[in-house]
Write a protein that binds this ligand. Structure first.
Ligand SMILES: NC(=O)c1ccc[n+]([C@@H]2O[C@H](COP(=O)([O-])OP(=O)(O)OC[C@H]3O[C@@H](n4cnc5c(N)ncnc54)[C@H](OP(=O)(O)O)[C@@H]3O)[C@@H](O)[C@H]2O)c1
Length: 335
């Protein structure tokens, strides 16, 4: 048995929980999951705390309400993907950030915006915390008392463990999610881990929500560091690869724009081959390397220049940094 076989099995049997491609059953699932959340809201609203009563959120349309605290790169990708997938009405999505300039691009989508986090916190069934990791503690401390009783908290922050999130939002159901920016074009790759109070229904909700904008995989929390290295930060490595391939093309005389399009389509096509055939990448690589041919000469050059090792080290560098951040947060928590 070689090393490849295990990976191939994983691709084929889908060892872990994988979502179907977007625009299929996930939309129904998401709607169901989010509608259940919305139905529960009836009772949740009745039990609202006095603090919630103090913060008056504008009334959205009927249906489940998704809140985003933070309006940066990742919130933009997720909200655009969610709106494009039609998983909920745009006016059921509510985004907050301190600067109006960051919120303008959301308003154009028909999404509601506010520079007051508490409006989002008190007006949402699912609250996505989409700020930088170092801002998460302050934001969660600010919003936690204002969350609806039945609200689900979803953190997308790298390196902030579930135990810390649960301590910052006591008594709340929490899910830790690691998405990536291709959610913007419904081709995201997301891992998520369930908090200690999160329910099967929450799993369905998050799986469907993230499945609507790409692939969603549930993993044990300990695996989120490695997953961040592969898919969370992964798009950046692929952009470098596309740019480098295009540079090679330009060096050989291709016009820049054409070289970039060819390189990007080649990455997309190769990725589709892996996902659709279920073949191990090594098999697909072997298939295109004829003896004494052009492509094997390129592979030799990549190996000589440490391409494979560089890619592995990139993943390990991100995972190590994520572990470092996680340990520092854990240490603060236990002090
Ligand atoms: N970018 C990625 O590829 C990626 C991938 C996976 C996970 N993540 C995670 O996603 C999270 C967000 O990353 P990002 O790349 O989207 O960061 P970003 O582009 O820097 O956006 C951060 C956002 O947080 C807002 N913010 C800052 N302080 C705030 C506060 N007190 N209350 C409410 N909002 C506040 C900022 O508002 P202003 O715009 O008004 O300043 C900004 O909109 C991070 O925790 C990161 O680990 C990112």
């Amino acid at each position: 048995m070689d090393n490849n076989a295990g990976s191939q099995d994983c691709l084929r049997t889908q060892d872990c929980t994988l979502s179907a491609p977007p625009h299929t059953h996930n939309l129904g699932l998401l709607r169901q999951g989010l509608m259940r959340t919305a139905q529960r809201r009836g009772t949740a609203t009745a039990m609202a705390t006095t603090v919630e009563d103090e913060v008056e959120a504008p009334e959205p349309g009927d249906g489940p309400r998704l809140g985003f605290v933070g309006a940066g790169m990742m919130a933009t990708a997720m909200v655009n993907g969610i709106v494009a997938s039609k998983v909920t009405e745009p006016d059921n999505v509510f985004v907050s950030a301190p600067h109006r300039s960051s919120l303008d691009r959301f308003a154009k989508l028909g999404v509601r915006t506010s520079d007051i986090n508490l409006e989002v916190a008190s007006g949402s069934d699912v609250v996505v915390v989409a700020v930088k990791p170092d801002v998460v503690p302050a934001v969660l401390r600010e919003i936690a008392p204002h969350l609806r009783k039945d609200a689900l908290v979803v953190s997308i922050a790298a390196g902030i463990p579930l135990a810390v999130l649960e301590q910052l939002a006591p008594g709340k159901r929490v899910v830790r999610v690691m998405p990536n920016t291709p959610c913007l074009v419904s081709e995201g790759a997301t891992g998520f881990s369930m908090g200690s109070l999160a329910t099967d229904e929450d799993r369905d909700t998050v799986h469907a929500l993230m499945g609507a904008v790409g692939l969603a995989v549930e993993v044990k929390e300990a695996l989120l560091d490695g997953l961040t290295g592969v898919s969370g930060s992964g798009p950046a490595y692929i952009y470098v690869l596309i740019e480098a391939l295009a540079d090679g093309g330009v060096r050989m005389g291709l016009p820049r724009a054409m070289a970039i399009r060819l390189a990007a389509q080649t990455v997309k096509g190769a990725a589709e081959m892996v996902l659709e055939t279920g073949e191990h990448p090594a098999v697909l690589k072997d298939n295109v390397c004829s003896p004494g041919g052009l492509t094997i000469a390129a592979i030799e050059s990549l190996e000589k220049n440490g391409f494979r090792s560089a890619a592995m080290q990139a993943v390990i560098a991100v995972a190590s940094k994520s572990i470092e951040m996680r340990n520092a947060e854990e240490e603060k928590r236990t002090k």
